[in-house]
Design a protein around this ligand. Structure first.
Ligand code: NAD
Ligand code: TYD
Length: 354
């Protein structure tokens, strides 16, 4: 048996592949376009491991994806591939429409054709798991109940709107064609191998470089934070036991305002890598102009996945953020290569795309 993962060189996809192969002998076909967010250096420990087959390509390329499906006959496809950064979606929405909507449509078409041709037993066992975000539900007021799976879709950024469209397409392929799909909507992830354009890795990298720590607006926007390995375990659980056509919200029960996150990172760095001049990292905090259309609060009600599938996060925010800061401090080369752009060379030097 085999699984096909898309976007497996990105932050969550790569963590998923590493975790999967740490606990299973089942091979992974990893299809990734290697945009700026794809980093094969993250998967360096899998070099020479025959259970990991990396293929550079686009989820929307029907010829390539159909060829891969026919060749490797996966029992499941897990779709992580996406453009994922809200700020980039504000500046260049076209890439988000292309990959998150048109690309997902192409993937669905390829998977539908492959699944339709499977023998009855394989057809019944097959799953397409689509990885999505809590941002599709829009923004909450401070007293509102957390997002449940039936919360109305009210996306506010080009990123969340494009993810919402992809969720609708996945849903429609289940209802119209019977495609055996599962969807997860997860809150903000953090942890190892996170590209330093997102809040937590950016704060760590800038703090260590003595640069300003840019906090948008008043810093009181609230997100729910989940350690990436907990997201990976939730996906494995949904893949194994999720009910067909169902949506599962995944979250960490960790609502925090951004400024608290930034101050926590600063305090951990003060403890683990104190500054030579004795000053505190929090002195680098700099309030900057707010993001346009900035969602005020996200909160996830993750009780369905707990009730139905018995999943709960293993990490608290305190344990997860400490592990994360420690990981960045222990992996300066990974961080330096991401910042210098040297990670882009990995595809040329370390892997041969098939
Ligand atoms: P990421 O930006 O780090 O990685 C995305 C990966 O997809 C990259 O490796 C990129 O090269 C690849 N990719 C982009 N376009 C592609 C295409 N057309 N074909 C094939 N590969 C392509 O993103 P991430 O943070 O790892 O997020 C993964 C998924 O999880 C996304 O679908 C995202 O919407 C969702 N999600 C992310 C978070 C979060 O906090 N990061 C939270 C909830 C859900
Ligand atoms: P981000 O990591 O971009 O995730 P998302 O926008 O998908 O939630 O941002 C998390 C929060 O941190 C969000 O409210 C925006 C804020 N933020 C800053 O205040 N400063 C920054 O430099 C960045 C990147 C984000």
């Amino acid at each position: 048996m085999t699984i096909l993962v898309t976007g497996g060189a990105g932050f969550i996809g790569a963590n998923f592949v590493l975790d999967w192969l740490a606990q299973s002998s089942e091979p992974v076909i990893n299809l990734d376009k290697l945009t700026y967010a794809g980093n094969l250096e993250t998967l360096a420990s899998l070099q020479g491991d025959v259970r990991h087959v990396f293929v550079q390509g686009d989820i929307g390329d029907g010829v390539q994806v159909s060829g891969l499906l026919e060749k490797h006959q996966p029992r499941a496809v897990i779709n992580f591939a996406a453009e994922s950064h809200v700020d980039r979606s504000i500046h260049s929405p076209g890439d988000f429409i292309q990959t998150n909507i048109v690309g997902t449509f192409g993937l669905l078409e390829s998977v539908r054709a492959y699944w339709g041709g499977l023998a009855p037993e394989a057809k019944a066992a097959f799953r397409l798991l689509h990885v999505s975000t809590d941002e599709v539900y829009g923004s909450l007021g401070s007293g509102d109940a957390a997002f449940s799976e039936t919360h109305r879709y009210e996306p506010n950024s080009p990123y969340s709107a494009s993810k919402a469209a992809s969720d609708h397409l996945v849903r429609a392929y289940h209802h119209t064609y019977g495609l055996p799909v599962l969807t997860t909507n997860c809150s903000n992830n953090y942890g190892p191998y996170h590209f330093p354009e997102k809040l937590i890795p950016l704060m760590i990298v800038n703090a260590l470089a003595g640069k300003p720590l840019p906090v948008y607006g008043d810093g009181m926007q609230v997100r729910d934070w989940l350690y990436v390995k907990d997201h990976c375990s939730a996906i494995r659980q949904v893949l194994q036991a999720g009910r067909l056509g169902e949506v599962y919200n995944v979250g960490g029960w960790n609502e925090k305002p951004n400024i608290e996150i930034v101050k926590t990172v600063c305090a951990l760095l003060d403890e683990l890598r104190p500054k030579a001049d004795g000053s505190f990292y929090s002195t680098q905090i700099s309030y900057v102009k707010d993001r346009p259309g900035h969602d005020r609060r996200y909160a996830i009600d993750a009780s369905k996945i707990e009730r139905e599938l018995g999943w709960r996060p293993a990490e608290t925010f305190e344990s997860g953020i400490r592990k994360t800061v420690q990981w960045y401090l222990a992996n300066p080369d990974w961080m330096a290569n991401v910042q210098s752009g040297a990670y882009r060379d990995w595809v040329l030097t370390q892997y041969v795309a098939t």
